[in-house]
Write a protein that binds this ligand. Structure first.
Ligand SMILES: Nc1ncnc2c1ncn2[C@@H]1O[C@H](COP(=O)(O)OP(=O)(O)OP(=O)(O)O)[C@@H](O)[C@H]1O
Ligand SMILES: [Mg+2]
Length: 243
């Protein structure tokens, strides 16, 4: 059975979709099969980040509605990570029950299903949270983002209080922290009350992924180490990078 993880943030534009794509690559490099589900209904982006936009024919609402077979909908990037694209608009057919059934169709084919949530925290988030095993917060080290992340995770936990939770701090920049322009990691952890899974640096190589850039070795290794922690391995944080 796949482990199903909802990636959420509260505030928008913090890097959820980018983190989903790169974390999927990190899991794949550890021999895990991954299905990415773009749940940003109306504003899909993962197909562009994964550079498979031209190959998308169906979206996951097509599977729910019976317009296509479950096996026909995912687009496979270089025969590795699979992507289910987001529908262009919300529909009454998207319910907690139908979304759970949708994920159930892919359960045995994948080790991990990562669901890329839209920004905010509304009805769709409740639907998504009802079908997952874990909530993965993505935050940037700034107070506005941290406050919204705390609200988003608390609301998702109202749906299912027993959910495992973890957090990735994205766009970390030690120089900005030293200059007092970014929050310290400890303060981010205190603000969200959520276990730290990984720290991803601010990097032009990550920002330019949709244009065909590959993450630098340093950036890619941050995702690899985060993926290993997700797999339960004990990977130490490189404290010297942070203080
Ligand atoms: N670690 C990083 N370093 C530099 N740029 C980054 C990093 N992570 C994400 N970005 C950039 O930040 C922008 C927003 O990223 P992304 O679309 O992944 O965020 P999001 O949280 O999914 O947004 P939305 O809430 O709109 O869905 C993009 O331009 C992306 O390339
Ligand atoms: Mg996104």
């Amino acid at each position: 059975m796949a482990k199903k993880i909802l990636v959420l943030s509260g505030k928008g534009g913090v890097g959820k979709s980018t983190v989903c794509a790169c974390l999927a690559d990190g899991l794949k490099d550890n021999s895990k099969s991954v299905l990415l589900v773009d749940a940003d209904v109306g504003f899909r982006s993962l197909d562009l980040i994964m550079r498979v936009g031209d190959s998308v024919v169906y979206n996951w609402l097509d599977v729910i509605s019976g317009n296509c077979e479950a096996a026909a909908a995912p687009v496979i990037k270089e025969n590795e990570v699979a992507l289910l694209s987001a529908p262009p608009a919300f529909s009454d057919e998207i319910t907690a029950e139908s979304f759970g059934e949708l994920l159930g169709k892919y359960d045995i084919d994948y080790d991990y299903i990562l669901i890329d949530a839209p920004a905010g925290s509304g009805e769709l988030h409740k639907i998504l949270a009802g079908s997952v095993d874990m909530l993965l917060l993505v935050v940037t080290p700034d107070p506005i983002c941290v406050r919204s992340a705390e609200v988003a995770i608390d609301r998702a936990l109202e749906v299912k209080p027993s959910l495992e939770t973890a957090m990735i701090i994205n766009r970390f920049n030690k120089l900005e922290v030293m200059a007092g322009r970014q929050m310290k990691l400890d303060d981010v952890i205190d603000g969200t009350h959520t276990r730290l899974l990984g720290v991803i640096p601010e990097s032009d190589s990550i920002r330019l992924i949709p244009s065909g850039e590959e993450p630098t070795k340093y950036a890619a290794s941050a995702f690899e180490r985060t993926a290993k922690r997700l797999l339960g391995e004990s990977v130490k944080f490189r404290i010297k990078d942070f203080y």
